[in-house]
Structures are given as structure tokens and as C-alpha cells.
Design a binder for this molecule. Structure first.
Ligand SMILES: NC(=O)c1ccc[n+]([C@@H]2O[C@H](COP(=O)([O-])OP(=O)(O)OC[C@H]3O[C@@H](n4cnc5c(N)ncnc54)[C@H](O)[C@@H]3O)[C@@H](O)[C@H]2O)c1
Length: 247
């Protein structure tokens, strides 16, 4: 039995990495998926996801930092699937630098995409979810937002803010059966961590109980749980998928 049969989902930042793994798993579990990304390669990723799963997958190019793009994507999803059951706010980026050298532009960019982007997309899908009196919103935070990380003041603040946004939305939307949770990954093998200095990566791995990096699929399984009926009594929570990096 497929766990998301008949559901419609939007996954942001889905052209590659963790977002692509989430979109692929959702589609294999029977959901129609709109893959949203600022990278034009999202169309190709959507075509591949559709081919691999047999489910409908649409690519949409846009930025989560633009309310107009988020609203257009929500409208396309409604036109094609008739509803929006699940939103995964996964799009994110880093601009790591020590505080003294961090520019205001790098602060604003990271906060605009990682935190404001989740707020804007949540607003864009909310009308449909409120009308349906059901929905799932899953925000992809980070262990950095729970513990802080040197060189990531902007990123840690955005992910800590995303956890607070998750809890505020959970409180505000529970009465309409809209469940809002966060997943906080540790070190996962993607292009984002590929760009990290080797030394920073091994320092983090030394602190991790499992002593290895996770894979995008490990995060996707946790997101699937929060999107499925299995988690119907879970809201306002932060699920760590971090190999024991933070307890
Ligand atoms: N990789 C890790 O170790 C790790 C750890 C903790 C949290 N995360 C979080 O997981 C999420 C996915 O990370 P990833 O490792 O797959 O990164 P990634 O860089 O491989 O993928 C991120 C995707 O987001 C897209 N994106 C960036 N800005 C966007 C915007 N303005 N609008 C739409 N799309 C945009 C990118 O084009 C890209 O396809 C991010 O929120 C990241 O902060 C990752």
C-alpha cells in the first residue's frame, strides 16, 4: 500500500539534493508532486522523477523569496492536482563566513531564502489547506539552528527562526488539522556540504555518534513519516536526522 496515494505535494528546492530525494520518494509513494526550484534544471528533474515513479511530477522554476512565484506555483498545483495536501519548505542556501567578514547582503540573502521563503510559501498554500481543513507543512531546518555553528551566523539564525516559525504555525493551524513540523538534518552528502572545507566536515563527523554522513534518502524517509497518516498526532515538533550529532 502506497503511503501517499492520491495526495498532492509541493517540494521547494527540489532540483537536486535533499529536495530531489523527497520529491522522488513522495512520487514513488503515489503522490502528485510539484517540484519548485530557482534552477531551470528542475524541469528535467521533474521529468526523471515522473519516469522513475509513474506518478505525475511537474517542474516549476521560481524563487521562494518571491511571493508572486510561490503563489503562481500554488495555482499551478491546484490546477493540475485540484488540491495541496503537503508543502515541504526545503529550499535553502549557505553563505558561510566569520561574523566580522559577513556582509549585510549575505545576511539578507540567507534570511530571505531560508526563513522568509518558508513564510511566503506557507502563505501561498494556506488558503487551500484552510479550505480543505487539513494539510501538512514540513520545514527543513538544520542542526545549526539548534546548536549554532561558528561561521554560520546567518544560516543558524535562519534555521533557528524556521524552528520558531514551525512552532508558531503549529499553534495557529492545529484547530484546522494542519500539522506543522520540522526536520533538522545533520551532515548530509549533497552539493551544499560538498562545498564545505574538509576540515570543518571531519570536525563535525568526530562529534557524531554514527561517525558518518547521512544521505538525502535518510532525510526523505523522515519527511515522508511527517507527511503520511502515521504522524497524525504529531505537530510542532523538530525531528533530528543527524546521526547523533546533537541529542
Ligand atoms: N546537506 C546538509 O548537510 C544539510 C544539513 C542540514 C540542513 N540542510 C538543509 O536541507 C535543505 C536542502 O539542502 P541540500 O543539501 O539538498 O542543498 P542543495 O544546495 O544541494 O540544494 C538546495 C536546492 O535549493 C535550491 N534553491 C536555493 N535557493 C532557492 C530559491 N531562492 N528558490 C528556490 N530554490 C532555491 C537550489 O537551486 C538547490 O536546488 C536546505 O534547506 C539546507 O539548508 C542541509
Amino acid at each position: 500500500m502506497k503511503r501517499l496515494e492520491g495526495r498532492a505535494a509541493i517540494v521547494t528546492g527540489a532540483a537536486r539534493g535533499i529536495g530531489r530525494a523527497i520529491a522522488g520518494l513522495f512520487a514513488r509513494e503515489g503522490a502528485g508532486v510539484l517540484l519548485f526550484d530557482r534552477d531551470p534544471s528542475v524541469a528535467e528533474t521533474a521529468a526523471r522523477v515522473s519516469e522513475e515513479s509513474g506518478a505525475r511530477a511537474l517542474g516549476f522554476q521560481g524563487s521562494v523569496a518571491s511571493l508572486a512565484d510561490c503563489e503562481r506555483a500554488a495555482a499551478v498545483s491546484l490546477e493540475n492536482f485540484g488540491k495541496i495536501d503537503i508543502l515541504v519548505n526545503n529550499a535553502g542556501l549557505t553563505r558561510d563566513r566569520l561574523l566580522l567578514r559577513m556582509s549585510e547582503e549575505d545576511w539578507d540573502l540567507v534570511l530571505d531564502v531560508n526563513l522568509k521563503g518558508a513564510f511566503l510559501f506557507t502563505k501561498a498554500v494556506l488558503h487551500a489547506m484552510l479550505k480543505a481543513r487539513s494539510g501538512r507543512i514540513i520545514n527543513i531546518a538544520s542542526v545549526s539552528g539548534q546548536t549554532g555553528n561558528a561561521g554560520q551566523a546567518n544560516y543558524a539564525a535562519s534555521k533557528g527562526g524556521l524552528i520558531a516559525l514551525t512552532k508558531a504555525c503549529a499553534r495557529e493551524l492545529a484547530s484546522r488539522d494542519i500539522l506543522v513540523n520540522a526536520v533538522a538534518p545533520g551532515l548530509i552528502e549533497t552539493d551544499m556540504t560538498g562545498a564545505m572545507p574538509e576540515e570543518a566536515r571531519s570536525r563535525m563527523l568526530e562529534r557524531s555518534l554514527l561517525g558518518r554522513m547521512g544521505r538525502p534518502e535518510d532525510v526523505a524517509e523522515a519527511v515522508l513519516y511527517l507527511a503520511s497518516d502515521s504522524s497524525r498526532f504529531v505537530t510542532g515538533q523538530v525531528l533530528g536526522v543527524n546521526g547523533g550529532l546533537h541529542l
